[in-house]
Design a protein around this ligand. Sequence first.
Ligand code: MG
Length: 190
Amino acid sequence: MLNGLNRVISVGVEPDKCLDWEMYGDENEPMRIGYGYDIHRLVEGRPLVLGGVVIPCEFGLDGHSDADCLTHALADAIFGALSLPDIGHWFPNTDPSIRGIDSRKILEKAVQEAVTRGWTVGNVDCVVVAEHPRIGPHLDAMRASLSATMGIRPDQVGVKATTNERVGDIGRGLAIAAHAICLLKSVCDV
Ligand code: MG
């Protein structure tokens, strides 16, 4: 419990608030899991941003934000673990003030909502599905970027890449998709 208290204090949550399930989570529910998925079309004239890393490519992802589908999937995994609405609720694509927003701000918001409720990110795992360009050389940079954004260590972040075996729209290079899963740990239990 001493470690738990220290962790609570370190993330700025009042220790006695951990007893308030409605706001901060159930001390009998030490973990929660969440899943997120996103896909964006590839178009000309846009930078390709994945996990907060700009990847050299003749195409980029289209969207209201920087269209970073990996970071979006990860943020949605965290929101899902919290039983909160998805990123469209927090960052609607009808809001002109966030046009072109750096998606790392969206991920920061998701982590902030978790910490406010007494949860910390245990680990995350992600898969990018892209036929082109090759994602493998950029995986370590993505892990570093995402871990820095979430305030956790790189060894708490898994990022993998696969192609779609030329099947469907992703396989034809028309879009890139990402899947993400996260585990949240109660700060009252760590
Ligand atoms: Mg998206």
